[in-house]
Ligand binder design. Sequence first.
Ligand SMILES: Nc1nc2c(ncn2[C@@H]2O[C@H](COP(=O)(O)OP(=O)(O)O)[C@@H](O)[C@H]2O)c(=O)[nH]1
Ligand SMILES: [Mg+2]
Length: 288
Amino acid sequence: MSFLKKTANSFLNVISFIKNHDSMDSIDIENLEEKLLLCDVGYEITNKIIESISKNYSKNLNLNDHIKQTLKDLLDFSMNKETLNSKVLLISGVNGTGKTTFCAKLSNYMKLHNKNICLIAADTFRAAAVEQLKYWSTKNDIPCISNSNSNDPSSVIFDGLKSELSQNADLTIIDTAGRINTNTNLMNELSKIEKIIKRFTNSYDSWLSIDANLGQNSLSQIETFKKNININGVVINKMDGSSKGGIAFPIIYKYKIPITFIGTGEKNTDILPFDLNDYLNKLLYEEN
Ligand SMILES: Nc1nc2c(ncn2[C@@H]2O[C@H](COP(=O)(O)OP(=O)(O)O)[C@@H](O)[C@H]2O)c(=O)[nH]1
Ligand SMILES: [Mg+2]
């Protein structure tokens, strides 16, 4: 069963709805719009898809091909798969979106790709979060730097990046505390963290973790985080079991931020690099 099953079903609904009509004129556009919005692609992309189908409609139009091509045309700006060239990666996001799990999964993924990885557990708000990352790091045999005596994430990150473990690693992945995007203090703290990282390097990656189940709400998270720090990638976690996988499209379309990886479960190995073409194929063609 594909992790995109539920999202694919929403797209299937759109396609069978159109197929059940003899002509575009006989389709209630509001109804079609509603069905596309249920795929979580947002208003702009919904309208683009309807516009394009209306323009090209014929009885023989292959809707799967057509929707795929429309989305590709809208989104296929360079997705730069080799995004992880820098030596430091900061993971931020709202509580419970899957940050810590993602750090664990990515470190394992990179290790399997022969990279030397170091983790920094900078969620100083919850001791359990540090323990959670340490658990995974032990399991994956990857060093994890933490400081149980500090409640200042910036200082943990400073010490971590200064350490030999990090200096010798190909990539240091930093896990941070979850922050609600409306809490100004916590958001300001992110800017401070970014300044610390910049003391070591100007070439770092900063990815926002979002929860696929939140659909359109994730867009406002991106909006606020972007105001406080540079975000050059988005990770969509919990794609398995979500019917809102269409959220990937408005993120790329609206913010021109690449989706870098997706989380497809709670296990160490439930991670996939995001590839637009594969994603569209899974969504529109695969037997789910
Ligand atoms: N099904 C599923 N669960 C996930 C995924 N990623 C994380 N989780 C679960 O979501 C919960 C919160 O994850 P956590 O990494 O602690 O989130 P954080 O607060 O952002 O660090 C945990 O129970 C994880 O096991 C995923 O891709 N799929
Ligand atoms: Mg966490």
